[in-house]
Design a protein around this ligand. Structure first.
Ligand code: SF4
Length: 424
């Protein structure tokens, strides 16, 4: 690799770390005389495939030479940072070279907007098209869709990428106007709709024609910055819910605001990691556990309770629903119990076919008893402590580890890990 490309790689992999819609491991470890391999700091990150495997991706920007001036972004036009742009040939060579050496299993390619959205998208399309058609690259590709780019370019890119994402960035049009004045809601939602429609059409065609090519088989995702603008958690969750329903999004990624620019339009401080963490939990509940957004908030409060997870919050507000008998509750009821996830609910239902369950059995099914015991009975017996009211119970179950999330650097946030069954 020549020095110029190494320098570009350093600049453009560093600039890509601000995008959390592909999670980064944050691990840095050098190789030595007595060891084999290293964890490179130059752009290799980890993500999760749909079957739960951890895969390594080359995570880079095509360019950080942006013509836009978004207040929150390190790459904005008015910042004095080192600029660089790859050529399509350089990225394809890097990807194939790293892939052949077994460093990576795929590519995550994003970009600042160079010249104009169409030109940027054309260059990125050239990269993925060359990888797939010339090099026959069969690894995973996550490609950013550039807001405002021509619909035809986006559609074509969808046939080469596994996943595409358009970053919605801020939760309202008003905040976009204030912090990213060159973007607007339409230029973001239109590509999302275009990709969603494309995926639906291909799905229909596949039923009729056997050789229909794949179109973003891993779906589309987006990223939202939390805390750069004043929108509350209720507004954010309503927006996510709407995006899942209207655009068939696979994931919304939440990124706690990190102040990288001095700008009086921005808040003084970084957003707390615990907020991002609770939003991911709430998101998981609406996406997988069939909760609706209204259930996760009190009438007058529009922010999640950061002291406890949102499922426990809902349970404390609905104590009349509990305790639930483990030996007779159906699946939908079981997954509403704090400390019982999808897998443990299925294991409980499976095991009930053979015997009546004892309280002692539950731990082996993955049930988090320190939370669940206050909301269940087993063979009619209650195993929790006696509590006075919801406030008293909240003190017993509240998360004592909030500090853990506040201290985590944002690079170490691993959103897909929230699929862990014990998490809710
Ligand atoms: S368009 Fe993207 S890269 Fe450019 S300033 Fe805005 S957020 Fe940064």
């Amino acid at each position: 690799m020549n020095m110029e490309v190494i320098e570009k790689l350093n600049i453009l992999s560093g600039a890509a770390k601000y995008d959390v819609s592909c999670s980064s491991s944050g691990v840095e470890r050098k190789g030595g005389n007595n060891s084999v391999g290293n964890t490179s700091s130059s752009g290799i990150c980890h993500s999760w495939s749909s079957d739960g495997r951890c895969i390594s991706l080359l995570k880079i920007l095509y360019s950080n030479d942006c013509i836009f001036d978004c207040a929150y972004c390190i790459n904005r036009k008015s910042n004095d940072v080192k600029r660089a742009s790859f050529t399509p040939a350089e990225i394809t060579e890097l990807t194939i070279g790293f892939y052949k050496r077994n460093y990576i299993e795929g590519l995550f390619l994003s970009s600042a907007i160079i010249k104009n959205p169409d030109h940027t998208m054309e260059m990125m399309l050239k990269v993925v098209k060359t990888l797939r058609t010339v090099h026959r690259f069969n690894g995973y590709i996550h490609l950013k869709a550039i807001p405002g780019a021509d619909a035809k370019l986006l559609r074509e890119a969808g046939f080469y990428a596994d996943r595409m994402s358009v970053n919605i960035e801020l939760p309202s049009e008003e905040s976009l106007k204030k912090l990213a004045p060159q973007k607007n809601k339409k230029s973001i939602l239109l590509p999302m709709k275009n990709l969603g429609d494309g995926a639906l059409e291909i799905c229909q065609d596949k039923k009729k024609f056997r050789n229909t090519p794949s179109f973003i088989p891993a779906g589309q995702s987006t990223q939202l910055i939390v805390g750069a603008s004043p929108e509350n958690d209720f507004t954010i969750m309503k927006l996510s819910d709407n995006l899942y329903k209207s655009y068939s999004l696979k994931r919304v990624y939440y990124s706690a605001f990190v102040k990288v620019n001095e700008d009086n339009r921005l808040p003084d401080k970084n957003e707390k990691m615990v907020r991002e963490h609770r939003l991911y939990q709430a998101d998981w509940l609406i996406r997988v556990y069939n909760f609706n957004v209204n259930e996760l908030f009190e009438n007058s409060k529009k922010f999640l309770d950061y002291d406890i997870d949102p499922k426990s919050f809902w349970a404390l507000n609905n104590l009349n629903y509990f305790p639930i008998e483990i030996n007779s509750a159906d699946y939908d009821t079981l997954i509403r119990i704090p400390g019982i996830g999808i897998k443990s609910a299925l294991r409980i239902i499976g095991a009930r076919k053979y015997s009546v369950l004892d309280f002692e059995n539950l731990k082996s099914f993955g049930v988090v008893l320190k939370r669940a015991k206050y909301f269940i009975t087993c063979k009619g017996k209650y195993y929790g402590f006696i509590y006075k009211d919801a406030g008293d119970l909240k003190n017993m179950i509240k998360d004592k580890k909030n500090g853990l999330f506040i201290k985590l650097p944002y690079e170490k946030n691993l959103p897909e890990v929230y699929g862990n069954d014990n998490y809710l």
